[in-house]
Structure formats: structure tokens, C-alpha cells
Design a protein around this ligand. Structure first.
Ligand code: AGP
Length: 608
């Protein structure tokens, strides 16, 4: 949610800032801006409502400099317009800041600053930072920033420059990510590694309370006081081509089609064929500790929550351990009871989702053991958790999460195998479970062949304003996910329900203008779902069914059918979700929407 960048070095500052903003545009894309400085003590700010491409159009071709900061915005305070876009300046126009986060006490600070004669230009909370830095500035930008952050309540990742201190950028972090990139005679500060991956792979993940000062020659990292920190340099394993479209038209399309590979990566090195179980390097738990676990609780948001719901069903039915999933945002404020021997999982693609992070902190404060299941290495949730599992999907750039979902599932299926094999799953059953898991990449590849059929269905059905997505058992959360995908990128209203639940209310919505998408795997609930389909058909509702190849009975009842390959009944969530992702993608394209950057959304939701 908002991306910030700072660069100092010999490169073309404007180009580097703009390119970094484009790479981080998925974090927020309602407005953007840059502030560039040079040796003469000049600071130039260019900012615009709209996409980075709109900003590029108004950057003078003559603009150059040796250091600068940039920002891509997801508005929290103040409408989306040129003035509220970052960077923000102090009254004299010699200090510029870009901020990601929310300053909760900005109103009080602003009131005080105004009474002291400061003139504010924007409606943002962030502008107070520029004014505060100027009030504390006595020739030392780092010190002024340190004094400023002591007054701030809320979350921030900040980059700040002063015209009188060329080639220097001061950054500070509390609650919003900030990463230091160490290049060859050039330094970066950014919300996200994707902003700097083209230039350096050496990074330091700042922690809350850290303040860093960068110049082309080096950096000084402190804990916010005078104490200098000597932090380990991490290496980014992502390759540049992974954050490019690589021949695909959209990131979402690329990420959907990457799933056979991403799922392989999620499972790689984690299958133990000697004991027919799973192994994980980072759980930080002994088998004895795992055996003592009596209950598993999963917290997450959005798509990650849906993966957690599937996992809770699976853990309970296969590993025979009580398990549940809950929205992190709800858990945090209901004073949850943390029982002994309960293991928690915080699931998050980005590893930065505020709802999940704060709920995790609350659980840890109460003494819970929380493991993270995340994609972005070095992000906050894995760093603050007691251990965990990376899903290794590779960068997920499209706002709509796709490959992260199936990789989260893959990791949970392996974890289920581990727990089940410690309890009552036999060696032979473990072997069969592994065999089925290993077939998944190929089955997903086959499912992806439904693409052109799904595209035709999107042409036919994207005219409808409302949809129901219906599934049962393990596929009920997949129905929720299908509905979420459709609404978030095509803006078509969609609801996910248990197919059994429609008779308790939603069936009132059924008519010829409300199609239902039924998930009908070949499992023990198939007959019941077929009955629900018939109930919808009897009320003139149109039915699109996802059924297993050869299921002619379902094909006869449905208006349209998408066939997926046959697999073990536990594995259908992996295959069912793929056509739903494609359906949402093609509906959004049919309706002319920006599939990668849907309106009002951002990839990494770092505000509550
Ligand atoms: C999914 O398509 C969404 N964009 C969103 O629901 C997302 O899954 C949610 O914000 C959680 O994100 P996380 O996995 O990074 O924590």
C-alpha cells in the first residue's frame, strides 16, 4: 500500500526513480510523484494524479539530478489529486518527503504546526512530516528526522531529502516496510525489493525504529538513537525476468499460467520419501513439540484466508487435529483466548498485510506460537513469526492473487502430511498422498487447457451483473475464492456460498439474470451438489458447472460445463480454482478493465 523509493548514485536518477515506481505500482496506483535534487541545491518536485505513465508525461525531459525520492500512492487521507500526491514539501520547499503508512496523530500535529505559522498545501496526514523535519532542522537532516519520528504515532516508511544536503537520503521505518539496497557506489531505499532488483541484490531489511542515512558511498544504520547497527546483508534470490511479463499480456495471466511450476517449487525438497512424510527447514519445532500440538488455528485475509479455510478442513479430516481458520482482522479485536498447545499460522503472500501482522503480534503477546506461511522473503510476518514456511511462488505482481493461493495450499497439504504421519496415517497412505501431490503440476497444466473454453464462457456471461459461486467441503472455500476473484477485477457482484446454504436465503436471488457457478468434484458430496444445481435450474437460474471429465450427468443439467481432470478427491481445490481464476481474468478483459491493477485496490494492504 503505497510504494516509496529513494536513490542516490551516478545513474540517471529520474529514470531509476520512475522505473522503481513502475515496479512498485501494484502497491498503489492512484497518483505518483518524484522529487529530484542536484549539487546546486535545487529540489524539483513533479507529481500527478493517475498512473506512473501519466506522471512520466509531465516530467520535463531536462530534469536530472544525482539523488531523489519517489512515491506511488494508495490514498488514505485526502482525495486523489495532484496536490495530495507525494512527495510533500515543507514551507520553504527545501525538504521533501515520501511516506507509506498512516500518521494517526496528524491532526493534532498539523494544528500545532499551523498555529506556529506553517502553511499546508495538501489534505494528507503525511505532509506534517515535512513540516516537522523543517522545524527540527539545524544543519543535520538525520537528526531532524530522528526528532520528528519521536512525535509520530502510527505507521510509516519514510524517505526524506534536503536541498542543502545533496546526495543524502534519510529513511525511517515503523510498521511499513523499508529496505536498504546496497549497490556499487549507489544506494537505494524502497518499500519493495522489486524496485531495486535491476541494480542490486544485496539488501538489508530495516526493522521498526530503524533510521538509515544513505549516500552513494555507503550507509549508516541506527536504532533511531546514536547507536549504530551492524546488520546482516541479505541476498535477493528473485531474478529480474520474474518481475517482468515475459511475453504475457498481463501479470495475472502470467501468474495463472505459472502455477504448474510455482507449485513444484512450493513442494521442492520438502518430500521425505524414506518415511513418506514431509520435512520443513524453518518450522523451528521438534517432532516432539509438533506432537504436543492439540489444535491448529490459521489467521489470514482475502485469498490467503481462503487457502487457510481449505487447510483447516484438510487438517481436521486428514490429520485428525482440530483446526480452524479466522479472518485476522476479526481475531485481533475480539480478545482471543490463546489455549496451551495451540499452534497458529499467519498466512500472507506479501508478509506485510497489516490485519494479519497485528493479529499475529496480539497472539504472540499472549504467548502463542505463531508460524508464518509467506511468499515474500524477508517481509515482516516471516521475520516476526516463530518460524514458518516460504511458499516460493516467485513474485506475485497482479493485485489478484492466484499462484500464491495454490502454493499456500501445497504447503498446507505437505504440513498436513507431516502431522498425519505423526498421528494415524500409515506409510502406505503417506506414499499414496505423495503420489497424488506429485501429479498436481501436470494436472494443473492440463486444467489450464480449459483457457479458450473459459474465455468463450466469459464472453457469454460477463454481461450478467450478479453471480453465485457454490461449492461444498474443501471446495466451499474455493467458491469463496472464485467470487472474490470475479468481483475484485471484473467489478461484477459475486457471492460465494456453501451450495447447501443457498436454500437458507440466497436462492431468493436466483432468476435468469443471476448465473450460478457450481463446483462439482467427484467426491462424497457430489450427489448433494447436483441436487442443489437442480434446485437452481428449477428456478430458471443459469448454471455453469465445473465437473470432472466424463461427468455427463452434470453436463446435462448445467447450461455450460468446464471439465477438469480427475484426481484424488482431496486435491480438487487445486484444479477447481484454476478455471475460476481464468473466468475472472477473461470477464475483466471483456469488460475492458485493468486486470493487474483493479480500481481502489492495492497488492500489499499495509493499513488496517
Ligand atoms: C486477493 O486477490 C486479494 N488481492 C487480497 O484479498 C489478498 O489476498 C489479501 O489482501 C491478503 O494479502 P496477503 O496474502 O498478502 O496477506
Amino acid at each position: 500500500m503505497c510504494g516509496i523509493i529513494g536513490y542516490c548514485g551516478p545513474g540517471n536518477t529520474v529514470d531509476i526513480l520512475v522505473e522503481a515506481l513502475k515496479r512498485m505500482e501494484y502497491r498503489g496506483y492512484d497518483s505518483a510523484g518524484i522529487a529530484v535534487g542536484d549539487y546546486t541545491g535545487t529540489l524539483t518536485v513533479v507529481k500527478r494524479k493517475g498512473k506512473i505513465a501519466d506522471l512520466q508525461k509531465v516530467i520535463p525531459s531536462t530534469l536530472n539530478g544525482s539523488y531523489g525520492i519517489g512515491h506511488t500512492r494508495w490514498a488514505t487521507h485526502g482525495e486523489v489529486n495532484d496536490i495530495n500526491a507525494h512527495p510533500h514539501l515543507n514551507c520553504a520547499g527545501d525538504i521533501a518527503i515520501a511516506h507509506n503508512g498512516i500518521i494517526e496523530n496528524y491532526a493534532a500535529l498539523k494544528g500545532k504546526l499551523i498555529s506556529e505559522g506553517h502553511v499546508f498545501r495538501s489534505e494528507t496526514d503525511s505532509e506534517v512530516i515535512a513540516h516537522l523535519v523543517s522545524t527540527f532542522y539545524e544543519g543535520d537532516l538525520e537528526l531532524a528526522v530522528k526528532k520528528t519520528i519521536k512525535l509520530l504515532k502510527g505507521t510509516y516508511g519514510i524517505v526524506c531529502i534536503h536541498a542543502k544536503e545533496p546526495n543524502k537520503i534519510v529513511g525511517a521505518r515503523n510498521g511499513s516496510p523499508l529496505i536498504l539496497g546496497i549497490g556499487n557506489k549507489e544506494m537505494f531505499l524502497a518499500s519493495d525489493v522489486t524496485a531495486m532488483i535491476a541494480y542490486t541484490k544485496q539488501v538489508i531489511y530495516l526493522e521498526d525504529g530503524n533510521v538509515v542515512t544513505i549516500t552513494p558511498d555507503g550507509y549508516k544504520l541506527t536504532d533511531g538513537t546514536d547507536k549504530i547497527l551492524d546488520r546482516k546483508i541479505d541476498y535477493i534470490s528473485w531474478e529480474l525476468q520474474e518481475i517482468e511479463k515475459d511475453g504475457y499480456t498481463h501479470f495475472m495471466e502470467k501468474e495463472i499460467f505459472e502455477q504448474p511450476e510455482s507449485i513444484k517449487r512450493a513442494m521442492q525438497g520438502r518430500i521425505d520419501k524414506e518415511y513418506m512424510t514431509a520435512k520443513f527447514g524453518g518450522l523451528n519445532m521438534t517432532n516432539r513439540e509438533l506432537l504436543a500440538v492439540e489444535r491448529i488455528k490459521i489467521i489470514a485475509a482475502g485469498t490467503s484466508y481462503h487457502a487457510g479455510l481449505v487447510a483447516s478442513y484438510l487438517l481436521e479430516s486428514v490429520a485428525r487435529i482440530p483446526a480452524s481458520a479466522e479472518l485476522a482482522s476479526e481475531l485481533r479485536y475480539r480478545n482471543p483466548i490463546v489455549e496451551r498447545n495451540t499452534l497458529y499460522f499467519a498466512v500472507s503472500q506479501s508478509g506485510e498485510t497489516a490485519d494479519t501482522l497485528y493479529a499475529m503480534r496480539e497472539l504472540k503477546r499472549k504467548g502463542a506460537r505463531v508460524l508464518g506461511i509467506c511468499n515474500v522473503v524477508g517481509s515482516t510476518i516471516p521475520r516476526e513469526s516463530d518460524g514458518g514456511i516460504y511458499i516460493h511462488s516467485g513474485p506475485e505482481i497482479a493485485v489478484a492473487s492466484t499462484k500464491a493461493f495454490t502454493s499456500q495450499l501445497a504447503v498446507f497439504y505437505l504440513f498436513t502430511l507431516l502431522i498425519a504421519r505423526m498421528r494415524d496415517m500409515s506409510y502406505e497412505m503417506g506414499k499414496a498422498f505423495i503420489q497424488h501431490l506429485e501429479e498436481l503440476p501436470q494436472l494443473i497444466a492440463k486444467t489450464l487447457q480449459t483457457n479458450s473454453h473459459v474465455k468463450n464462457l466469459a464472453k457469454k456471461y460477463s454481461i450478467y451483473p450478479n453471480f453465485l459461486f457454490l461449492g461444498r467441503g474443501l471446495n466451499y472455500p474455493v467458491a469463496l475464492e472464485g467470487a472474490l476473484k470475479l468481483k475484485e477485477i471484473s467489478y461484477i457482484h459475486a457471492e460465494g456460498y456453501s451450495a447447501a446454504e443457498i436454500k437458507h436465503g440466497p436462492i431468493a436471488l436466483i432468476n435468469e439474470n443471476t448465473p450460478s457457478v457450481f463446483l462439482v468434484p467427484d467426491d462424497m458430496l457430489r450427489e448433494k451438489v447436483i441436487s442443489n444445481m437442480k434446485e437452481v435450474k428449477a428456478r430458471k437460474g443459469k448454471v455453469i458447472a465445473l465437473a470432472v471429465e466424463g461427468d455427463e450427468e452434470v453436463a446435462r443439467i448445467a447450461d455450460d460445463c468446464i471439465f477438469i481432470p480427475s484426481t484424488h478427491e482431496l486435491l480438487y481445490p487445486f484444479l477447481m480454482v484454476v478455471p475460476l481464476q481464468l473466468f475472472a481474468y477473461h470477464c475483466a478483459l471483456e469488460l475492458g478493465h485493468n486486470v493487474d491493477q483493479p480500481r481502489n485496490l492495492a497488492k500489499s494492504v499495509t493499513v488496517e
